[in-house]
Write a protein that binds this ligand. Structure first.
Ligand code: FES
Length: 199
């Protein structure tokens, strides 16, 4: 009987393995690895974009400059000129504003109070906080002076201290008269020290 020709089956050990089967391609493992890495990188980027956007959105109120309620130039409307006595008698006014604290807006919050004096065309403003330990200073019309009931600090109409209790004069604030309106740059200062240092 004549010998039947034996058909050789494809084998990875063949001299030309790539001609027989895709699974025998030597580059296949590397392609698979690169595809996985690519998928991971793209997936990471796709997830990163909303994460960064969300984080920036979350932190935006913190990164933004806080509004202390005093407006962009720091001045706050305090009174109308017509409200000030012509004879220079001090009048106390409360300053209010919307205050932004990170995520929250507080409407019409009290910033503090000031004494205003109109002297001719000029307006003088004093912070009404006692420079001794921070109580509120009253105006005594009968004595024409400012007086603090806590430890008896006294100041004259120009805010100059009249006894040894307060460490310095009353704190003068910047004033701008815009038309008929009086604006004050409201600030608080450290108490119990001879120099005027803003908080
Ligand atoms: S706090 Fe005003 S006298 Fe002490």
């Amino acid at each position: 009987m004549a010998d039947q020709p034996v058909e050789s089956s494809p084998s990875c050990e063949s001299s030309s393995p790539c001609q027989h089967s895709v699974s025998c391609h030597p580059l296949e493992p590397r392609r698979g690895f690169l595809a996985q890495v690519g998928a991971i990188v793209i997936g990471g980027l796709v997830g990163l974009v909303p994460f960064v956007a969300g984080t920036l959105c979350f932190l935006d109120p913190i990164l933004r400059k806080r509004d202390s309620g005093t407006g962009t130039d720091g001045f706050q409307r305090a009174a109308n000129l017509a409200e000030l006595p012509e004879d220079g008698t001090p009048e106390r006014f409360t300053l209010r504003a919307d205050v932004t604290d990170a995520w929250t807006i507080y409407r019409n919050r009290v910033l503090g109070s000031v004494y205003l004096r109109k002297i001719g065309t000029q307006v003088i403003a004093f912070n009404d906080t006692c420079t001794h330990l921070g109580c509120k200073v009253d105006y005594q019309a009968s004595n024409k002076r400012f007086f603090c009931p806590c430890h008896q600090s006294a100041f004259n109409l120009d805010g100059e201290k009249q006894n040894q209790t307060p460490p310095r004069n009353m704190d003068v604030l910047e004033v701008e008269v815009r038309g008929e309106e009086v604006f004050v740059k409201y600030q608080n200062f450290f108490t119990a020290r001879p120099d005027k240092k803003a908080i």
